[in-house]
Design a binder for this molecule. Structure first.
Ligand code: PLP
Length: 489
């Protein structure tokens, strides 16, 4: 299967590209994205056939349907990373929390957040491609917390790939920072920046646009790439767990094969939700996809009113920081799928130029036939955490936002699958505050307080971080980054 461009072709890019081209060179004509030429149809008996498949077998068959140019042995190696999740025979447990609400836990990988679901296998695929082509890649990452650890973990000691990861010093949780600064592979460089996430991100953009930087990389024979969430090499692995979660509900006899369900997704850059949309288009019985946001509710407004409006908006810091996003990049692939390349280019250019676009009434109706949305305030989220805990379920503040969409968007008496994107250990101060009223706790104290209240242990993978040696000590000003990365290379 080949890939085409969401904003059409500018006649300097190829008209269609392979999967491997799309993941190594993710930026398409006019700044658009690569997207499959058509989505494969899984066929009528696919779900039936996979009722008792392992996660890996299901994954292999979903990927096979895309007929991509990745060797079977590379793909097998990539999928074998799910064997390192907590339970290799079921890397994504689905847990009943309320009568009609099930939580699909996407955080059982090495960094305890759902970024591992896609970045773990993606690391193998990218490094294998680089080796096959005898090319060297530098992956630049700017992170507010979860992508950094997951990218470092997947690329550490991988051949032909180096990672430079920038984070705002003081702008991540202690656990997230420790996960990054204790990584000691020689192909990894972690750089703290004096400033906030926007500073880290603008530093990255500056590098991508710097001619001297690119020239220096060329001299060293290094290609620049990114592992961000618009890369289709990540999206493709995010289709699988939606199908798996549905099959889990059938196996648990919560539904019968063919029944529709709600997919309920805590959304930021829309990669997770896009995976659900593709699964639905490929044949998964889905009533609607519910898009949960926090106070940065630009997607709630888009889906409820048809307006995407960045004017007079700035990012608000919330208790679900991985969703503190205003430019939700993967929405572009939905626009393309529903309205075509010409209209997508038009809308995205309006957004870039006027910081605003408005869908037509017919377009909005089409969006609303598939999506519904709402947003959750910090205090509401904490109340949901407390209530779920009362029912014996411990969840993180991102997952909690889905309990709002569950309450307001489920119009039919169908089962809902909530996607849990982080383990409680990653955002412990917020959870401790919700459960015990404790304020401004440091991560280690919050972890202990929750563990005591819940009668559970802090997982060793987290508690060990606090005694590990800090190997990545660089913390610098934004303007010194280029020099620092060149020295590392
Ligand atoms: C990245 C992330 C999200 C948002 O996922 P998108 O695919 O970008 O919509 C939500 N929760 C957590 C914990 C995350 O790390």
């Amino acid at each position: 299967m080949n890939f085409i461009e969401t904003r059409g072709n500018d006649s300097t890019h190829p008209l269609t590209v392979t999967f491997s081209h799309a993941i190594l060179n993710p930026i398409a004509s006019f700044g658009g994205l690569y997207t499959p030429e058509r989505l494969p149809d899984l066929g009528k008996d696919f779900l039936q056939r996979h009722l008792n498949s392992s996660y890996k077998t299901l994954a292999r068959d979903v990927l096979t349907a895309f007929a991509i140019d990745i060797d079977a042995n590379v793909m097998n190696e990539a999928l074998s990373l799910y064997d390192q999740f907590d339970n290799p025979s079921n890397p994504v447990p689905v847990v009943k929390v309320l009568d009609d609400l099930y939580v699909s836990e996407l955080y059982h990988g090495p960094t305890r957040a759902f970024k591992d679901m896609a970045l773990q296998p993606f690391g193998i695929v990218l490094s294998s491609l680089a080796q096959q082509r005898n090319e060297n890649y530098l992956i630049l990452v700017a992170t507010s917390g979860d992508t950094g650890p997951a990218a470092l973990e997947t690329f550490k000691n991988k051949k032909n790939v180096r990672v430079a990861c920038m984070y705002p010093d003081g702008g991540t949780s202690d656990v997230q920072r420790l996960q990054m600064v204790t990584e000691d592979a020689t192909n990894l460089k972690v750089i703290g920046i004096h400033g906030d996430f926007d500073d880290a991100q603008s530093a990255l953009k500056g590098l991508l646009g710097s001619d001297t930087f690119k020239q220096k990389l060329k001299q060293k024979n290094i290609h620049l790439s990114a592992a961000n969430s618009v890369n289709f090499g990540r999206i493709i692995f995010q289709i699988i767990y939606h199908i798996h979660s549905y099959l889990e509900l059938v196996r648990q006899k919560a539904i019968t094969l063919g029944d529709k369900v709600y997919l309920n997704v805590p959304s930021g850059n829309f990669g997770n939700a896009l995976g659900g949309y593709y699964a639905m288009k490929m044949g998964l019985p889905v009533e609607k996809i519910l898009i949960a946001s926090n106070k940065n509710n630009i997607l709630t407004k888009l889906i409820n009113t048809g307006v995407y409006d960045l004017r007079n908006q700035s990012v608000i810091a919330t208790t679900s920081p991985a969703m503190d996003i205003l430019i939700s990049s993967n929405i572009e692939r939905i626009l393309f799928d529903m309205f075509g390349a010409e209209r997508t280019k038009d809308l995205m250019q309006q957004l870039e130029k006027n910081r605003h676009y408005q869908l037509s009434k017919a377009e909005l109706e089409k969006i609303q036939a598939t999506f519904a949305a709402d947003y959750c305030e910090n205090d509401e989220g904490k109340a949901y955490i407390k209530r779920a805990f009362g029912k014996g379920y411990l969840m993180d503040p991102h997952t909690a936002t889905c309990f709002k969409t569950y309450e307001t968007c489920c119009k039919k008496p169908l089962k809902t699958i909530v996607y849990s994107t982080a383990e409680w250990t990653k955002f412990s101060p917020v959870i401790a505050n919700a459960l015990t009223g404790e304020v401004d706790a440091k991560d280690i104290d919050a972890l202990k307080a929750i563990a005591k209240t819940a009668g559970i242990k802090i997982p060793a993978i987290i508690s060990d971080l606090f005694s590990k040696e800090i190997t990545q000590k660089t913390v610098i000003d934004k303007q010194d980054i280029e020099k620092e990365i060149l020295a590392f290379l």
